[in-house]
Design a binder for this molecule. Structure first.
Ligand SMILES: *Cc1c(COP(=O)(O)O)cnc(C)c1O
Length: 394
């Protein structure tokens, strides 16, 4: 009991119990600052000489819990969690390039990634060339002495081209450029790019890795420590790219079921692709798991345990057919993201790729009648029922 006046009572300091047993589920550490014992200790914590926490922007237990799992998944010692997939890519850009450097990037990168590595990087004096990175010869031709990064996606959106990670890594073995793989669509459940020769891997854990559409986190992992990798942490702290404890907690929880969800969703995507191939109202189905997909063999070498939860179909017709499919009662909800427990659809021409001209979209093989499907973990029968409900309106 205390006889101090109410104004002087600090519940945080007075009443936080120090548990004598270890919580089985990691608590959410919502504290921006940690109390240090002495200035000497604070100094050693801040320089990294001692492990521990001082200020949330420089690190917190929920990020470390999450990153511990990601290190194991990517089989490396070096990984960090950032505030989003975009900040993961920004951290790579800021840590690994400087004024005068050059990048070769896939012309099929996620729209915001193209904007970041194209226009924003240019303002920092870092130039880039957009290349069809499925053609190794085109990548070779794009390399310059000042090329620092080659950036590709394991599975590209929305046409689902597969990156030849091992081939690209081989190509870069005689060049200083680092291979960066955005592994968001594949997830570490299906692909570990560092094991196939990539130097850096990044993921938007906001998608399938979390799997519940309720958090934003990015992951960066590196095959090698030291050197430029050291700067990733510095850049994250200086630019404020750090993750939030609550979001890291949610993603850590989502990751504990990732393998089950990815397996089920990939099975559903395979079943949906095979079903859609048989439908007269569907002109074309893109899915690397289809045995007649031109990249099927490469996909089978690059991915293990499934071909991913996303497939794309082109309806026979145009925008009107896409609108009718999306508006149909019983069709999957129109949510321009991916990696949910529920099946959802997106319309690339008006969402992810709206920034491109019709001509640019045509070059990438994206039409107005194209619908991207992100399979959830329902029964395959229900997924097909929902697609059928959409097709029946055409
Ligand atoms: C969503 C996404 C990103 C960006 O991630 P955010 O978490 O939304 O910032 C980057 N790359 C790919 C392939 C994505 O799908």
């Amino acid at each position: 009991m205390t006889d101090r006046p109410a104004d002087d009572i600090c519940p945080k300091r007075d009443e936080t119990p120090v548990p004598t047993t270890i919580p089985f589920s990691t608590p959410i550490y919502l504290t921006s600052v940690w109390e240090c014992e002495t200035p000497h200790q604070a100094e050693r914590l801040l320089t990294g000489e001692l492990p521990g926490y001082v200020y949330q922007r420089d690190g917190h237990p929920n990020a470390d819990t999450l990153v511990h799992t990601c290190r194991a998944l990517h089989r490396t010692e070096h990984a960090v969690a950032t505030s989003s997939g975009m900040s993961a890519l920004a951290a790579i850009l800021l840590a690994y390039t400087q004024h005068g450097d050059h990048m070769v990037i896939s012309s099929r990168l996620y729209g915001k990634s193209l904007y970041l590595l194209g226009r924003e990087a240019q303002r920092l004096g870092v130039s880039c060339d957009l290349v069809d990175t499925t053609c190794l010869e085109a990548v070779r031709e794009g390399l310059r002495p000042e090329t620092k990064l080659v950036v590709v996606e394991t599975i590209a959106n929305p046409t689902l081209e597969i990156a030849d990670i091992a081939g690209l890594s081989n190509l870069l073995s005689s060049h200083a450029a680092r291979l960066v793989v955005d592994n968001t669509f594949a997830t570490p459940a299906l692909c570990q790019p560092l094991s196939q020769g990539a130097d850096l891997v990044m993921e938007s854990a906001s998608k399938m890795m979390n799997g519940h559409s309720d958090a934003m986190v990015g992951i960066v992992a590196s095959r090698e420590g030291g050197g430029d990798w050291e700067r990733v942490g510095q850049v994250m702290s200086a630019y404020g790219l750090t993750s939030s404890p609550f979001d890291c907690w949610l993603v850590a929880r989502g990751l504990s079921t990732m393998h089950l969800r990815v397996r089920r969703a990939s099975e559903n995507a395979q079943a949906a692709a095979e079903y859609l191939q048989q439908q007269p109202r569907v002109k074309r189905v893109l899915y690397p798991g289809l045995s007649d997909d031109p990249q099927h063999a490469l996909a089978a070498r690059t991915l293990s345990g499934g071909f991913g939860s996303v497939l794309t179909m082109e309806l026979a017709g145009s925008r009107a057919e896409a609108d009718r499919f999306i508006g149909a009662a019983g069709a999957p909800p129109f949510c321009p993201s991916l990696g949910e427990t529920a099946t959802t659809v997106s319309h690339p021409a008006t969402t992810s790729h709206r920034g491109l001209s019709v001509e640019e979209r045509r070059e990438l093989g994206i039409s107005d009648a194209m619908i991207r499907i992100s399979c959830g973990i329902e029964s395959a029968g229900h997924v097909i029922e929902m697609l059928d409900a959409g097709l029946s309106q055409l």
